[in-house]
Design a protein around this ligand. Structure first.
Ligand code: UT7
Length: 337
């Protein structure tokens, strides 16, 4: 037994406005048939005008505390880590505002930018803070409003991404308990930084002193290359992690992968040699919600797919940067809110 971060609450939030594939085909030159056959997505949720990622994060974090049955004071939260690609402002970070609105005073709060791998990155940083003794309780949140960065001229990205938020509460415990985070594998390859990017808005563009084209402020993605890299990196990372912690493939009961595309999720399970029905899929309902996708899929696994106490869960993600990360835990007695 050793000190570990233990998952003790799970909260999720989706904005109320669902956008069906039918509505997408009225806005773009696309069809329900193309979207479902290429991505597996049936619908996604987009935030209403005036709603930010921080607003969604506050809802999910509040629900994670509720799921643990604790008020912010009772939980003794000493850090809030927010993974997001769509912060409320370029400066400052969104996490301090979210922490204050959740009712946490004077706690460490910061953002993590690892695009769709953001939640696993945030989980690793939070877990390390607990294991080192620096923190006893951390809220880890992934929140996105991709609807604010999608190019209205780009049908491919517009049909894929959705808005949403998810959060987990971690507390100090020991590695033998269900819910303990038992290991991570993390990586990045900046040589592929151009596969996913927003060209304008950062110092690279601003230092040129030239006003950007409108389209440069939107999210761009080289879909096919990202697809191939996502399958390879999530598979390799999962293999490395499972080998390190001594779990066999057969013993993994749920693979909760970043919900990018149903074809990617099935390919990763196949390459790992895990039956595809163990790959949790909720991209059909919510689209690709980037750093919110893993907690949203975890909640779906509990509510819709009987993920039960004591079952082995593998989390794995891939995103812009490019970045990737995987984590392992045994599911605890936690009901999502
Ligand atoms: O979250 C980070 C990780 N993200 C991902 O992992 C996303 C990974 N990539 C993918 O999931 C897929 O590459 C996409 C879903 C983005 C695209 O699927 P694809 O099978 O790779 O399609 P494609 O980009 O190669 O495009 C195939 C065709 C093209 O037409 P032509 O050139 O064959 O005539 C596109 O113009 O599909 C066309 N197309 C569309 N047609 C109807 C692209 N988007 C659409 C659309 N509706 N929305």
């Amino acid at each position: 037994m050793s000190r570990a971060a233990v998952l003790s609450g799970l909260g999720t939030y989706l904005p109320p406005r669902r956008i069906s594939n039918q509505e997408m085909s009225e806005r773009f030159d696309t069809s329900d048939e193309w979207i479902t056959s290429r991505t597996g997505i049936n619908g996604r949720y987009w935030a209403d005008v005036g709603t930010s990622s921080g607003d969604l994060a506050v809802e999910a974090a509040t629900r994670a505390l509720k799921s643990a049955g604790l008020s912010p004071e009772e939980a003794g939260v000493d850090s809030l880590v927010l993974a997001t690609t769509t912060p409320d402002h370029p400066c400052p970070a969104t996490a301090p505002d979210v922490a204050a609105r959740v009712g946490l005073s004077d706690v460490a709060a910061f953002d993590i930018a690892a695009v769709c791998s953001g939640f696993v990155y945030a989980l690793e940083v939070a877990s390390n803070a607990v294991v080192s003794g620096r923190a006893d309780s951390v809220l880890v949140v992934g929140a996105e409003t991709y609807s604010t960065i999608l190019d209205p001229e780009d049908r491919t990205t517009s049909v894929i991404f959705g808005d949403g938020a998810g959060a987990v509460l971690l507390r100090a415990g020991d590695s033998a308990e269900p819910g303990a985070l038992l290991g991570f594998d993390m990586g990045a390859d900046g040589r592929q930084k151009d596969l996913i990017k927003i060209p304008a808005g950062g110092s690279r563009q601003r230092s040129n002193g030239v006003a950007p084209e409108a389209s440069d402020s939107y999210f761009t993605m080289q879909g096919r290359k990202v697809f191939a890299a996502a399958v390879q990196r999530m598979t390799d990372s999962s293999n490395k992690l499972l080998e390190r912690i001594g779990w066999s493939m057969e013993s993994v009961e749920r693979v909760v992968g970043h919900q990018a595309n149903v074809r990617i999720l099935r390919a990763v399970a196949e390459q790992l040699g895990i039956p595809t029905e163990r790959a949790v899929i909720n991209v059909d309902k919510v689209g690709n919600t980037s750093s919110a996708s893993i907690p949203l899929a975890l909640a779906d696994a509990v509510v819709e797919r009987n993920l039960g106490v004591g079952q082995r869960v593998l989390l794995t993600a891939f995103g812009g940067g490019v970045t990737w990360g995987s984590a392992a835990l045994v599911w605890p007695d936690v009901t999502p809110v």
